[in-house]
Design a protein around this ligand. Sequence first.
Ligand code: SF4
Ligand code: MG
Length: 336
Amino acid sequence: PDSFLSVRDLKVRFSTEDGIVKAVDGLSFDVERGKTLGIVGESGSGKSVTNLTILGLHNPRTSTVEGEIVLDGKELVTATERELERLRGNKMAMIFQDPLTALSPFYTVGRQLSEPYMKHKGASKKEAKDRAIEMLTKVGIPQPKMRFDDYPHQFSGGMRQRAMIAMALMCDPDLLIADEPTTALDVTVQAQILDLLKDLQQEFGSAIIFITHDLGVISHVADDLLVMYAGRAVERGSVREVMREPKHPYTWGLLSSMPRLDSSVDEALEPIPGSPPSLLNPPSGCPFHPRCAFRDQVPGTLCSDTRPPLGEGRAAACHLTAEQKQTIFIDKIQPR
Ligand code: SF4
Ligand code: MG
């Protein structure tokens, strides 16, 4: 496949007072041009760290990065801060959960959109302003010419989110990373923003990484899905395949704790028992084994001794046999 971003055996470690945290532990994935990869997992699964590392926004003094991140032929792990700075906002851009991490309260929205464009594209003030108004229009800000001179606090939450998307799109990035971009918004605005992202992707053809803890959200926006647990990928496939026939017990847990739109009664949600493991001292073998209800179906102590590999393509890192993965899901887990 025409892989635009390729991540291979990525390992990110942090030194803390208590020891080394293995935040990302041998992660590989690809994103194609014009496609959206959803990365789903609980907080602390390594999804945000992975993406900050791609952007080169990790702190080099407290973290070490191993492995390969190749964006359009350019290796990022070994890139200099200068090179990364040139790529950020130009070739790659980020949309955060909280627009106020990206938008400064001290400058007008228009100025914050224009300046990076002037810097990265060598555009004049006038060109940058025209482009900013064009982008504000595209993301659905009413009266963009007037709004250009507003400060972020003069925008509503949903409008700030739109302004941040406009800012991310200013330089026509090839890779857009969205980290829980709609979590703070009410459901209606959330749906509008997701639709907007989809439309803009069609228009701009960028690759998107969409990070969330919410499988429901991801099923609307992503083409492919990576399920992360304890700094590793535990399942990969197209969204359709993973949602219809998930193969990893952790994904089963995520799916059965998901509110169902089609249910008329308030079904009791079944949260995954236990909590995510400490990455200071991750479990041996399969990282999910302390919480897994199916490990007694695997012979011996394989689950607690041996790390299950994630194969290529459509795959789940689990010692259950292919047949078990299918029958257990269909008999026990599949939503009725
Ligand atoms: Fe559960 Fe074992 Fe599969 Fe891990 S490898 S998810 S513990 S069955
Ligand atoms: Mg996060």
